[in-house]
Ligand binder design. Structure first.
Ligand code: WT7
Length: 637
């Protein structure tokens, strides 16, 4: 396909035809019509239908004091993710399939999961954990993590998962903010074949908080080191409880299920609290309608459970639907560059959900790694997290999906709990680079700096204009009592094309004011990534008496001299966006600074470009690249 043809001076047109989802996919799709038979908010009742309720709800939305979805209803998330599948005769079906860092595998049927979760719930209850208490889970990708989440949910405790890569300080802040007095940790974990100590970080964090913290540790490293007096060994903690059952506690739909921190790509991370009923309904329904998951399907989402994507689409969504969810402990490129494809092939994964940054990393190494695997089990491919450029979409569609999978690009946030913008794969045509229309029941607007709606095709701020069940507590602002007065500014820039498809352009904070025009990072980056040989690109505006764009570019393996590419990069931007946007400086780099959840940190690139220095690299997963980039002197023309 041609490169970046569809931007013209920053305004998105619809030249880019819709690609039909494969007929064989459509034939079996879960959802085959877009229609919603009822008005908002009643239309959201269809999401609640994917759950089993202990007490039926009285109203879909009670907006008298805040936004109380499925008011009057009671349910239990662990019951919905486990018991009802066991009762429906799926007890021998695999619920969790774990692939460990050292090549080990563990398989848990729904029956096994039920035993594990009940034993742990009984142990927690006996340790004095009650409904609404916050339990902190500082664990890598081990089966005990989802088990602990579900055990908390079973007794109505609120889990707070802290990504295992976070520092002792970050953990201490979370413990202090949530007042949590119970902490699960692992002794350590493996990453790229190296064992990392997690327990020491947990110890240091506990020294730093006012409350005393009861600690339980999962033995992952299997070494002979004693855990120390402060810890109860996980195996010992549950040992006396095998075979016990704990009745799932009835939770009001609006009771909290968990707390989670936003990833902090821009600004300070904040804590978001998600509800039991609204959250689970949104997640279950979108897993069904967007990811097209069916009971019994094998499904893999590559996100770490420490992030919202892992909560919603590794744990709660697939388990609520009775699917098999794959948990992969390692980084996808270690030890082999085709590990990702091996996991899909070995497990017969049908639905695969990942981030564009993962796809780009694999595309960078060429297609032979993927082409030599039999990926014919796949039926749907999803992306989330950043805009997917056309070249990446094509590669995903052709090499991973063999042109016979539906592809969905799903937009959502930690704050929204579940997907809000996406095509319905059995209904809507696919448009590379666009996420698709708002899901039925979701309304958006694109507004200018004064808050007025822009014309179709013009860019502006993406605003959600109607509450939805998955919304975090206190997300959005109301200017009056009516639900119509609710607004939530997402912080993203976007355009909507003539077909109603939303195109994400980047974070508003990363905007560039060039030549009196406001441009968003993705508009320029999309043109650059369309150049053959370019793997990834990030553009930032550097203010030096007028803003100039700087481009940071990483190349695919085996690509010819950088000097030739530099010219092609500039030509592509001049052609697709306009000469005014041509990068003054093009820096080649083996990698871009990325957060631990895989997002490009443009803020750091800006600091590098201006020479002001990057103060805090703690949110990065590859902090070493900052030093490398700071020492680059060949940024010449
Ligand atoms: C931000 C939310 C949603 C779970 C993963 C990240 C960006 C997300 C897309 C997409 C373009 C996307 C937005 C959003 N984003 N999905 N499909 N296309 N951009 O959750 O860490 O809260 O980040 O990720 O900028 O605001 P998060």
């Amino acid at each position: 396909m041609t490169d970046g043809m569809s931007f013209r001076g920053g305004v998105r047109d619809t030249e880019n035809a819709l690609v039909d989802p494969p007929a064989a996919f459509v034939e079996q799709a879960n959802v085959t019509a877009r229609g919603v038979d009822r008005e908002w908010p009643e239309c959201w009742a269809r999401a609640a239908d994917y759950l089993d309720w202990m007490t039926p709800y009285e109203r879909v939305l009670d907006a008298t004091d805040g936004y109380d979805w499925f008011a009057g209803g009671e349910l239990n998330a662990s019951y919905n993710c486990i018991d009802r599948h066991v009762e429906a005769g799926r007890k021998s079906q695999t619920a969790l399939r774990w692939e460990g860092r050292l090549g080990e595998t563990r398989t848990y049927t729904y029956h096994d999961l039920s035993r594990e979760v009940n034993a742990l719930a009984a142990a927690l209850r006996d340790r004095g954990v009650e409904a609404d208490d916050v339990v902190t889970l500082y664990m890598p990708m081990v089966p005990e993590l989802p088990i602990a989440m579900l055990a908390c949910a079973r007794i109505g405790a609120v889990h707070s998962v802290v990504f295992a890569g976070y520092s002792a300080d970050a953990l201490a802040t979370r413990l202090a903010d949530t007042g949590s007095a119970v902490l699960f940790a692992c002794d350590g974990y493996y990453r790229r074949g190296t064992a990392y100590d997690l327990k020491r970080k947990a110890d240091n964090a506990c020294l730093d908080v006012p409350q005393s913290v009861d600690r339980i540790v999962v033995d992952r490293l299997d070494d002979d080191r004693p855990h120390g007096d402060n810890y109860t060994d996980y195996a010992a903690f549950v040992a006396d409880y095998w075979g016990e059952t704990v009745a799932p506690v009835a939770r009001a739909a609006n009771d909290p299920l968990f707390e989670i921190q936003t990833s902090g790509t821009t600004g300070e991370p904040t804590l978001i609290r998600h509800t039991t009923g609204g959250y689970l309904a949104q997640v279950a329904w979108t897993t069904h309608a967007v990811l097209d998951l069916e009971p019994g399907d094998t499904y893999w989402c590559t996100a770490d459970i420490g992030w919202i994507t892992g909560h919603s689409y590794t744990v709660y969504g697939p388990l609520a639907l009775g699917a098999t969810t794959v948990l992969y402990e390692g980084t996808s490129d270690y030890p082999e560059r085709d590990h990702l494809w091996e996991v899909i092939e070995r497990n017969g994964v049908e639905v695969f959900y990942t981030a564009p940054t993962v796809i780009r990393a694999f595309a960078k190494w060429g297609s032979d790694h993927v082409d030599r695997h039999d990926l014919s089990s796949l039926r749907l491919l999803g992306t989330v997290g950043e805009p997917t450029d056309e070249a990446t979409w094509e590669w995903y569609y052709e090499h991973v999906g063999r042109e016979s999978c539906a592809v969905v690009d799903t937009w959502w946030q930690t704050e929204t709990g579940g997907v809000l913008l996406s095509t319905l794969p059995g209904v809507d045509g696919m448009r590379p680079e666009a996420v698709g229309p708002p899901l039925p029941g979701v309304s958006v607007d694109i507004v200018d700096a004064r808050g007025n709606s822009v014309d179709t095709g013009d860019s502006g701020s993406l605003v959600l204009t109607r509450p939805f069940p998955g919304m975090g507590v206190d997300v959005g602002e109301s200017t009056g009592n009516a639900p119509e007065a609710w607004r939530y500014r997402t912080g993203d820039a976007a355009t909507v094309d003539a077909d109603g498809y939303v195109h994400l352009l980047g974070r508003e904070d990363d905007a560039l004011d060039l030549d009196g025009r406001r441009l968003w990072t993705h508009e320029i980056e999309a043109a650059i990534v369309g150049v053959e040989g370019v793997a990834e690109a990030a553009v930032v505006g550097v203010d030096a008496g007028g803003v100039t764009p700087y481009a940071y570019v990483s190349l695919q393996r085996g690509t010819g001299p950088a000097s030739a590419i530099r010219e092609r990069v500039r030509d592509a931007v001049a052609r697709d966006v306009g000469a005014f946007a041509t990068p003054a400086t093009v820096v080649f780099t083996p990698d871009l600074p990325k957060t631990r959840s895989g997002k490009v940190m443009r803020r750091h690139l800006r600091q590098i470009a201006t020479g002001e220095g990057v103060s805090d690299t703690s949110v990065l997963r590859n902090p070493e690249i900052v030093g490398e980039l700071e020492s680059v002197t060949d940024v010449s023309e």
